[in-house]
Ligand binder design. Structure first.
Ligand code: SF4
Length: 241
């Protein structure tokens, strides 16, 4: 649980992200991983880890429906930071069964079907990936959407009991992220230049110029309180989608 890291990291909400990262990496050693979807928050965290002279295991979920630009971004980042990316894929039998039974676009039919698709392509692979770690680092921030207002820098993972989530950027704004990105020449996903504010699977993400809600382009056919994929909020506990 997170008690031990809390004693090492006094007042985590007042710490710089770099200091949170350094303490977490010291505490967990090789039992901590950085979750990378190649959105700007994750890449900024990787850059910070690189700048403080540390290394971290980087893992990413390939849902099978990512945009080509995400793969291009992943390869640029792999080369720029000289890292190995541990890709994790869905179980093929589960994907095949779902598509045979419901078609290629079942996620647009009902929220239940969308949850099923996210569960097969993201949630189950993440659970498998987290078997390697005691803690994981995410780029989530409170200002991203209504479902993330209560985020903490350190939290016990409600979806994966026994795991701890470290969210060093929780109090950063989008403007701060982009200032850091430009100041340090951080490589970033090219879809941001096309008006995307948040980037996930190609078929469930679209450009949303003029929007202020960062997740407006994700599952745009659903209402905001439903827009979590189950990676961070359990479908079972009634607190999420
Ligand atoms: S974001 Fe869309 S395509 Fe990707 S796993 Fe979720 S429902 Fe499926």
């Amino acid at each position: 649980m997170s008690d031990a890291i809390y004693t090492k990291l006094a007042h985590p909400d007042q710490q710089r992200p770099e200091d949170v990262l350094a303490t977490a990496l010291d505490h967990y050693g090789d039992r901590i991983g950085l979750a990378m979807s190649f959105q700007i928050g994750g890449v900024v965290l990787l850059d910070m880890i690189h700048r403080i002279g540390r290394k971290v295991s980087v893992f990413s979920l390939d849902t099978g429906r990512l945009p080509e630009e995400t793969y291009a971004c992943a390869d640029r980042i792999r080369q720029a930071y000289d890292i190995e990316i541990q890709w994790v894929f869905p179980r093929h039998q589960s994907v095949e069964d779902m598509i045979r039974a419901k078609g290629l676009y079942s996620f647009k039919d009902t929220i239940e079907n969308r949850k099923q698709c996210c569960s097969i392509r993201k949630v189950e692979p993440l659970t498998r990936a987290l078997g390697m770690f005691d803690a994981w680092i995410t780029g989530r921030r409170t200002d991203q959407m209504v479902t993330r207002r209560e985020l903490k820098v350190i939290e016990d993972d409600p979806v994966h009991p026994g795991k701890v989530k470290i969210n060093p950027l929780v109090h950063w704004s989008s403007d701060q992220l982009w200032e850091y990105t430009h100041e340090h020449n951080v490589p970033y996903h090219q879809l941001y230049d096309e008006g995307y504010l948040s980037i996930g699977c190609e078929c469930c993400t679209r450009s949303c110029k003029g929007e202020t809600d960062e997740r407006a382009g994700r599952w745009w056919w659903e209402s905001p309180e439903h827009k979590e994929c189950g990676l961070h909020i359990s479908y079972r506990d009634g607190s999420g989608i």
